[in-house]
Design a protein around this ligand. Structure first.
Ligand code: NAP
Length: 301
C-alpha cells in the first residue's frame, strides 16, 4: 500500500474529549473516518454501545478498518468501582472482540487508550516497564484491556496517558470543572496528595496520529512534562485563567471518601516518546494558556 492510499479509520467514542480531537486530527487524506458515539451519537456519529456484547466486533467485521482508535470507554472511576462487570465488558471484552476481528484484516492496527491508574501510585512518575498494580476496578479493567490488545497482535499500540484536559464546553474534565465552579464563585475541593503529569488533549491527539504514522507498537506513555500535585495544577490554572484561587480548598484524598482508591504518586515518564515524537507535549503553563485562548474564542461566538 502506498503512503497515499486511503486508510479507513474507525474512531470509537468520538464525542468524548479525546475522540473529538482525533476526529479533527485524522480528518485529512489519506484517512477516511467512520466515527461512533454512545449517548451523543446521531448526525455524523454512528451509535455503538460497548456494553452490549458482540456489537463492537460486528461493526469492525462490517467496516474492516485499517486503524481503530478506541477513545471511548468506561472512564468514570467511581462508576467502574460499583459496576465491575460493566467496566470489564466495556474496557476489556469489547476491545477483545474488536482485536479478534481485526486479525482478519491485513496490517490493521488497534490503538487502546490506557492510564497511569494501572499503577499503585507509590513510585510515580512511571515508565513503560514499571511494575503495574492497579488499586481500583477502572485501573484493573484498563490493565486487562492492555494485555488482551497486545496479545492479539504485535502491531497493536497501547497509549497510556493521565489527567487529560482541554477546553470542551460540554465536557467534564478537571479543568472544565474548575472553570465552571470558580467562575460561578463556587468552592472546589482538590486533593493535595495526588500527583500526576497533566496532559493537554490537543497535543495527545496530534501525538497519537504521529505514533500511528510511525507504526509505533507496544506500550507508549503520552503525557505532559510537568510532575505536579492536583492542588498546584488547580492553582496554576486559576492564576492563568484569572479565576479566584481562594475558592480552591486543598484536602487529603482520603477525606473525599471515594469508593475507588486513587494512586497518589502517579504520572508517566515519556523518555520513550521523546525518541519518536519528542517536543510535542506542552507543559501546563503553555497548555492552560492555549485553553485560555479557546475559552476567549468561545466567548466571542
Ligand atoms: N481523561 C483523563 O484524564 C484520562 C486519563 C487517563 C486515560 N484516559 C483514557 O483516555 C481515553 C479518552 O478519555 P477522554 O477524556 O476522552 O474520555 P471521555 O471524555 O470520558 O470520553 C469517553 C467516551 O466514551 C464513550 N462511552 C461511554 N460509555 C460507552 C459505551 N457503553 N459504549 C460506547 N462508548 C461509550 C462516551 O460516549 P458518549 O459521549 O457518546 O456517551 C464518551 O464520549 C479513555 O480511554 C480514558 O480511559 C483518560
Amino acid at each position: 500500500m502506498s503512503a497515499l492510499s486511503p486508510r479507513k479509520v474507525l474512531i470509537i467514542g468520538a464525542a468524548g474529549q479525546l475522540g473529538r480531537l482525533c476526529l479533527k486530527t485524522f480528518s485529512y487524506a489519506p484517512y477516511q473516518i467512520t466515527a461512533t458515539g454512545f449517548s451523543r451519537s446521531g448526525r455524523d456519529l454512528i451509535h455503538l454501545d460497548l456494553s452490549k456484547e458482540g456489537k463492537a466486533g460486528e461493526m469492525v467485521s462490517r467496516l474492516r478498518p485499517d486503524i481503530t482508535l478506541l477513545c471511548g470507554g468506561m472512564t468514570d472511576v467511581e462508576g467502574c468501582e460499583s459496576s465491575r462487570e460493566k467496566a470489564f465488558q466495556i474496557n476489556v471484552q469489547s476491545p477483545m472482540d474488536i482485536v479478534r476481528e481485526m486479525k482478519n484484516i491485513s496490517s490493521s492496527k488497534f490503538v487502546y487508550l490506557s492510564t497511569d491508574y494501572v499503577f499503585d501510585g507509590n513510585a510515580g512518575p512511571y515508565d513503560e516497564l514499571a511494575e503495574t498494580g492497579p488499586l481500583n476496578v477502572y485501573g484493573a479493567s484498563k490493565l486487562a484491556g492492555e494485555k488482551a490488545v497486545l496479545e492479539a497482535s504485535d502491531r497493536n499500540l497501547v497509549v497510556r496517558t493521565t489527567t487529560v484536559y482541554s477546553f470542551q464546553p460540554d465536557g467534564n474534565n478537571f479543568m472544565m470543572q474548575l472553570l465552571k465552579r470558580l467562575s460561578q464563585g463556587e468552592k472546589m475541593r482538590v486533593p493535595i496528595d495526588q500527583w500526576a503529569t497533566p496532559t493537554y488533549a490537543p497535543d495527545l491527539a496530534l501525538v497519537l496520529k504521529k505514533l500511528v504514522e510511525a507504526d509505533a507498537r507496544g506500550i507508549v506513555n503520552v503525557a505532559g512534562p510537568d510532575f505536579i500535585s492536583r492542588l498546584n495544577f488547580a492553582k496554576t490554572s486559576a492564576r492563568i485563567l484569572n479565576l479566584d484561587e481562594g475558592l480552591i480548598e486543598g484536602l487529603l484524598t482520603a477525606e473525599l471518601k471515594q469508593k475507588a482508591k486513587r494512586p497518589l504518586k502517579a504520572g508517566l515518564r515519556t523518555s520513550l516518546l521523546e525518541r519518536t515524537a519528542g517536543g510535542l507535549m506542552r507543559g501546563i503553563e503553555a497548555g492552560i494558556s492555549d485553553f485560555k485562548s479557546h475559552l476567549a474564542q468561545h466567548a466571542l461566538k
